[in-house]
Ligand binder design. Structure first.
Ligand SMILES: Nc1nc2c(c(=O)[nH]1)N[C@H]1C(S)=C(S)[C@@H](COP(=O)(O)OP(=O)(O)OC[C@H]3O[C@@H](n4cnc5c(=O)[nH]c(N)nc54)[C@H](O)[C@@H]3O)O[C@H]1N2
Ligand SMILES: Nc1nc2c(c(=O)[nH]1)N[C@H]1C(S)=C(S)[C@@H](COP(=O)(O)OP(=O)(O)OC[C@H]3O[C@@H](n4cnc5c(=O)[nH]c(N)nc54)[C@H](O)[C@@H]3O)O[C@H]1N2
Ligand SMILES: [Mo]
Length: 764
């Protein structure tokens, strides 16, 4: 092995920034142009057109871009796509190939010096590859040899709990179901997934308060809402098709409040890509009231709103609260109302960075309307009090009776396109007993009951050498997780790391003693098994389960489908398994029959998934029933505002996505909607703060994070003056993951607090 260091972080060198004016609107012609450029340059014109025709059509494949749902019936003529969805499929359909020759030419250490952008652009992996102990280069292997090695390493462990089985959220229902079944038959619940870093706070908060960890609204509810509040979310970039739903709310007379430290372009003005007549104008104004809250000021803000609501209701009874709903459907109102007195508006207000008048205006809108939807994403979940944020949202909706009826409810906007489905299929380190009971019954085995490791605990276990084999079903663990250098040490401690992937990423380069890359089919590709072509199914953010059919020729003949890979590993690992894995994958209907037999809501799965647009899973909150909670009613809760106190020269840093990335996949180096071209190493700052720190535009700075006496450093970022509240800053993920301490995490959900990192900034 060469002595040179392999790099767990992207290189520090700058790429040559260019600043442009921040656009006044999102989507429109520029977006279409950008989408087509990406698609055609990655795939060529004819393949590109065929791709775009098939995204999210009823007989096409599910866009891997995000989990936002498609209209139940109608689909746009050319394609129900968006700029970033088009980029996501172009990444997968790229002409570039990472072949055995490529790996022979480039050592692991050499590739680790490349940027994430360069690594990703290398292309699709074509063959199963092995990195033997002590070697610098991956070599071609066979599927049989790979499975055999995994089986041997897993069976060599003292306990099944020494293995970790990660999942990213693109995995189909069929693959996820087989994977968790294999892992539990092997004997562990160590099934961490990307959800742990994503909407886990939403799941925890919603299960406890409403009895279901998923959102309650459907797409149609946006047509009926009279107020939509969008908190901690940047849909213009991350869920562009959601802007159409917001536009529908406005068209029907509804109002929109946006709560965000940044005036994100997409939420301010938007042009419908499906309406060419409007492409030239300045767009439709979406946000009616923008509250530029400080990072992590949301609980304080919601508490002020709740206090103002209570005050008005006391003064003018029956003008604010929905008493009938509260009485019939909820639990804990008295305690909830009385704890609001523990805080004064004066002490809460500075945490929000807002004026009381602005908050009163928002409260007025909330009081006046009773069909309210609240949407949120990572701006709320990735904080120490991430679960509190969401429970406070639920409190507000409960007071207004704004749930379980048309035009109202909770809308956690999911990230990965099947992250919700994977959870439904049992990818969870804390499975419910009822789920394990039915697995045991159907598959005749004793399922492990001890809860497994989530992402943070998995990293600690590998670091402490309590876990020695890591298998990743998709994703890019080293770049997605916090505390990059610590996590790299953890992975390097493993005896075997296995990545089931479509494309090359940094997790292939930060590895255990031995490593495997198992290349799989992507969503857009044909999946042919013994009985012919197969389709898979996925669940979107609103609980609709539907088909996804790939049409493209696979990137290489060697690729296997995810279900086939799971079956191969299971057969090589489990002795006397009783499940006939290879026959299950001859026809995915057989897997779906097993899902139907074990998971509620999947009755007649094979028939209903073939119906146009799929089917809705049961959702108690949508039906206005809260019986699954511990009290049998919707629970009010008591929540804590931020307890982070910044010293004078300290700043709060949130790590966010650019317009040109999909999590750790970097499509390009621009963040067009924020006026930045060709650079990812930037830090957005308030210009008054810059003055106080003696900093000018484009100064080069180093960042240090501070947590419980520990320091972590990231070198070389350019300062960008930006519209952001004082003492708040923003940088891009994954460049600054090295600054996020592993123990800086949300209470209850254990989600890394990647949006509240305390830093100091020093000029180079
Ligand atoms: N094109 C594209 N699409 C994607 C992804 C992608 O990377 N690229 N990722 C997918 C995934 S997995 C996910 S989870 C989603 C992520 O979707 P988002 O959650 O929209 O993604 P982030 O960039 O993390 O944006 C967080 C937003 O929250 C705001 N914010 C940060 N801190 C706070 C706070 O304390 N309070 C409030 N009110 N706001 C705050 C930020 O300013 C930013 O606008 O998108 C999915 N879709
Ligand atoms: N600092 C900071 N860290 C964060 C976040 C943040 O906002 N800030 N966000 C967090 C969030 S919300 C999430 S969801 C996680 C994301 O964490 P992950 O899901 O682990 O990361 P991705 O970048 O989405 O994974 C990309 C890789 O998945 C593989 N891949 C793509 N498609 C397929 C497929 O169809 N099958 C298989 N098997 N592999 C495929 C490709 O090889 C690609 O390189 O990151 C988290 N990390
Ligand atoms: Mo996510």
């Amino acid at each position: 092995m060469s002595d040179k260091k392999t790099h767990a972080q992207p290189p520090e060198k700058l790429t040559g920034i260019k600043l442009i004016d921040i656009p006044k609107k999102a989507v429109g012609t520029k977006a279409i142009q950008s989408a087509l450029n990406h698609v055609f340059s990655e795939t060529g014109i004819s393949k590109g057109i065929s791709l775009l025709k098939n995204i999210n059509q009823l007989d096409g494949f599910d866009c891997p871009g995000c989990a936002w749902p498609d209209p139940d019936e109608k689909r746009a003529f050319l394609a129900e796509y968006c700029e970033n969805g088009a980029k996501a499929v172009a990444e997968e359909a790229t002409k570039n190939r990472v072949s055995p020759l490529f790996f022979a030419t480039h050592s692991v250490q050499e590739m680790s010096e490349w940027s994430d952008y360069e690594i990703g652009k290398s292309g699709r992996i074509t063959h199963p590859m092995i990195l033997r102990e002590g070697s610098n280069n991956y070599e071609e292997t066979t599927w049989e040899e790979a499975y055999k090695l995994i089986g041997e390493e897993l069976n060599y462990l003292k306990s099944p709990n020494e293995a970790i089985f990660y999942t990213s959220g693109r995995t189909s229902n069929e693959a996820a179901f087989l994977y968790q079944l294999f892992v539990r038959k092997f004997g562990t619940n160590n099934l961490p997934d990307c959800s742990n870093m994503c909407h886990e706070s939403s799941g925890s908060a919603l299960s406890e308060t409403l009895g279901i960890g998923k959102g309650s609204v459907t797409l149609d509810d946006f047509n009926h809402a009279n107020l939509v509040i969008v908190m901690g979310q940047n849909p213009g970039t991350n869920h562009p098709r959601m802007l159409t739903a917001l536009k529908d709310t406005k068209k029907n007379g509804g109002k929109i409040i946006t709560i965000n430290p940044l005036p994100e372009v997409g939420l301010m003005n938007y042009v419908d890509p499906q309406n060419p007549l409007k492409w030239m104008g300045s767009g439709d104004k979406l946000t009616d009231l923008f509250l530029q809250v400080k990072i992590n000021g949301d609980v304080a803000l919601l508490k002020i709103i709740l206090k103002l609501m209570k005050e008005k209701e006391m003064k003018q009874p029956n003008t604010v609260f929905d008493h009938q709903f509260i009485k019939e459907k909820t639990h804990g109102i008295d305690e909830f109302l009385s704890q609001l007195d523990n805080y004064t508006i004066n002490e809460l207000l500075p945490q929000t960075g807002l004026s009381l008048e602005q908050i009163e205006e928002a409260t007025e809108l909330i009081i006046k309307n009773d069909k309210i939807i609240i949407c949120w994403a990572m701006g709320l979940t990735q904080h120490k009090n991430g679960v509190d944020n969401i429970r406070e949202i639920v409190n507000l909706l409960l007071l207004k009776g704004s749930i379980g009826k048309k035009g109202a409810g909770t809308c956690p906007v999911r990230g990965h396109s099947n992250v919700q489905g994977d959870r439904t299929m049992g990818i969870w380190e804390k499975p419910k007993d009822s789920f394990l009971d039915s697995l045991e019954k159907e598959f005749q085995f004793k399922a492990p009951r001890k809860h497994g490791y989530d992402v943070i605990d998995a990293i600690k276990a590998m670091h402490q050498q309590k876990a020695k084999v890591f298998i990743g079903m998709g994703g890019n663990f080293i770049s997605a997780t916090p505390d990059t250098e610590y996590t790299a040490e953890a992975l390097k401690n493993c005896s075997l790391t296995v990545q089931i992937s479509t494309k090359l990423n940094r997790s292939h380069l930060i590895h255990g003693k031995q490593a495997l890359i198992l290349p799989c089919l992507g969503r857009s590709e044909k999946d042919t098994q013994e009985t012919g072509e197969q389709f898979v199914s996925v669940e979107n953010s609103m609980g609709v389960v539907h088909q996804s059919n790939g049409h493209l020729t696979p990137a290489s003949k060697q690729l296997l489908s995810e279900p086939a890979i799971v079956a191969g590993i299971a057969e090589a690992t489990l002795i006397n398994t009783k499940v006939n894995w290879s026959s299950l994958i001859t026809n995915y209907d057989l897997i779906r029959d097993k899902i139907e037999a074990t998971i509620p809501g999947f009755e007649n799965y094979n028939q209903r998934v073939r119906e146009k647009g799929g089917f809705y899973l049961p959702n108690n909150a949508r039906e206005n029933s809260y019986t699954p909670t511990s009290t049998g009613k919707a629970n009010f809760s008591t929540n804590l505002p931020s307890d982070i106190i910044l010293k004078d020269n300290q700043f709060m840093m949130m790590t966010i996505r650019t317009h040109d990335q999909y999590n750790t996949t970097i499509y390009g180096l621009d963040d067009r909607y924020r006026g930045i071209l060709n650079e990812r190493r930037v830090i957005f700052m308030n210009s008054d703060d810059m003055k106080e720190q003696g900093l000018s535009k484009l100064d080069k700075v180093n960042l240090t994070s501070h947590f419980q006496g520990e320091e972590r450093k990231a070198i070389g970022f350019l300062v960008i003056p930006y519209s952001i509240p004082k003492q708040c800053t923003a940088t891009y993920f994954p460049e600054t993951n090295v600054l996020v301490p592993l123990n800086n995490k949300a209470r209850i959900s254990n989600t890394p607090a990647s949006k509240t990192v305390t830093i100091t900034i020093k000029k180079q």
